[in-house]
Write a protein that binds this ligand. Structure first.
Ligand code: TYD
Ligand code: MG
Length: 469
């Protein structure tokens, strides 16, 4: 008699299941991602999300057998969509004005970035506002949590803690305590007994998230899930994890810098290009309401190769410093590096300088950096990068009271960018006295006497302006 198969191969990227090993996943075409894992003995087929579990479910047990009657949209009340404030304006904005009951939010980020701290503080705020909250940790002991909690301030109200990794126990605890918000720290430590593979494996992560989703949708509880990220910077575990949850947030920042950026990459309840800025302090995370001021603090004035640019993050303009260092190359191959911005973009801009402005860039090494470890890829930074390069090459400082933005095209033309007026207003707010911007944007703008505006049509005009502003 043939033996029943007890293992299968799963793709670590997308969760594709196959009975034999393959070098390349036929579903997502990733190489070397198939891992062998025991097959779940449960009735639920791994990878297949119960379709009844929809993010719109309002009332009734979603995914359950009972009450699976179709309804009209006008029968759906939106009351339950009422948002719960997290007590952090920055987080609320990223979530789309607060937590939605019954939503599943995945918070990813490098170890030690502050995911546990952020969620503990959120729980503390929610409890102080009279909400019932359950924080489940599979990574830390109650003592460790208490030590952390003593740093972030007094905990009051209905904030319960549980150290547990068995999801069946967790499910029982949630159903018993009926909290409004649950935090799972982290999904990689959770396991289900009837899935035979180790915690953190593809099938465990997927099954665990499935259970959590049923809890969230079924009981209308908002669930925050902490997820670790891999070396490549994506949440460890199959991509299906990201597909299953309603919202995916990434907590990023430089290890040695104190501020942290919370970025939404998927949100069923709001926009995904909003960011929240926090600073890690002795007493936990503190919101940074005016990031421009914060990012520009401590910048060297009158240093060559440093210019201030303006980038739009979601709906917010942010001023930041672009630095460039251009030095004569010692070898035949000039070195180029780009930190915080796209390397290829820097190469392209240098080619534009070489061809359109006749600078001998091939004789120089160039290092470009967005100060503070931020990652910005907006084309509006192009002109600032170009002018920082030129400023460093000529060793001539750009006035510290000037801000620069504009997209640079391949023929050296300076093209219009979006939301120019907001950028200029932010510069005025922070006391800048002049602004170099695309002429096309300037043409459409109301004149102002609060700041001197210099419109440019191409890179050469902009370089010519450098000595004048
Ligand atoms: P943590 O929340 O444990 O990170 P994660 O859960 O993402 O792995 O963050 C721990 C780091 O934050 C640690 O390096 C110490 C620092 N920290 C502070 O600087 N101040 C504080 O008040 C707290 C609680 C942590
Ligand atoms: Mg943690």
């Amino acid at each position: 008699m043939a033996k029943a198969k007890t293992t299968a191969f799963f793709c670590k990227e997308c969760g594709f299941e196959s009975s034999k090993w393959m070098g390349q996943c036929p579903a997502c075409h990733a190489w070397n991602t198939m891992v062998e894992e025991p097959v779940a003995k449960t009735a639920s087929v791994p990878g297949r999300v119960t379709l009844g579990v929809s993010s719109f479910s309002s009332g009734g047990r979603a995914g359950g057998r009972a009450g699976a009657a179709p309804v009209k949209l006008d029968q759906v009340s939106l009351e339950e969509q009422d948002r719960i404030s997290t007590g952090f304006g920055e987080l609320d904005r990223v979530l789309g004005s607060g937590i939605v009951a019954g939503s599943l939010v995945l918070v990813g980020g490098d170890p030690g970035i502050g995911k546990s701290t952020l969620l503990l503080q959120v729980c503390r705020n929610l409890a102080a506002a009279g909400r019932r909250v359950l924080y489940i940790s599979g990574e830390e002991s109650l003592k460790q949590i208490k030590m952390r909690a003593s740093r972030v301030g007094e905990v009051t109200g209905e904030l319960l803690f549980l150290c547990e990794t068995n999801l069946d126990e967790i499910q029982a605890a949630i159903e018993g305590e009926k909290p409004e918000v649950v935090v799972i720290d982290s999904i990689q430590t959770m396991f289900r007994e009837d899935v035979a593979s180790a915690p953190g494996s593809v099938s465990q992560v997927r099954e665990s998230t499935n259970i959590l989703m049923q809890i969230a949708k079924g009981l209308g509880i908002a669930v925050f899930i902490v997820g670790h990220v891999t070396k490549e910077g994506v949440v460890a575990g199959p991509r299906v994890l990201e597909h299953m949850v309603d919202t995916v947030l990434y907590f990023e920042g430089e290890r040695n810098a104190s501020y942290r950026i919370l970025r939404g990459v998927k949100n069923r309840f709001g926009s995904t290009n909003e960011i929240g800025v926090f600073e890690m302090q002795q007493q936990g995370l503190v919101e940074v309401e005016n990031p421009s001021e914060y990012l520009l603090s401590g910048r060297p004035e009158e240093a060559s190769g440093a210019v201030v640019a303006c980038s739009i993050e979601g709906t917010r303009p942010m001023l930041l410093e672009v630095q460039a260092l251009v030095t004569q190359t010692n070898f035949g191959m000039p070195r180029r590096t780009a930190a915080g911005t796209d390397y290829n973009r820097v190469n392209l801009l240098m080619a534009v300088l070489e061809k359109r402005c006749h600078y001998e860039m091939s004789r120089y090494d160039a290092y470009v950096n967005i100060a503070g470890g931020l990652k910005m890829n907006e084309p509006a930074l192009d002109l600032a990068i170009v002018l920082a390069l030129v400023s460093s090459m000529k060793d001539a400082a750009v006035s510290p009271k000037t801000i620069i933005f504009g997209e640079v095209g391949l023929s050296g033309e300076v093209r219009a960018v979006s939301m120019a007026e907001q950028r200029v207003n932010e510069a005025i707010k922070l006391g800048f006295s002049s602004c170099i911007l695309p002429q096309v944007n300037l043409d459409k703008m109301k004149s102002t006497d609060k700041i001197a505006l210099y419109g440019v049509r191409n890179v050469r005009e902009a370089i010519g302006l450098l000595s004048r502003v």
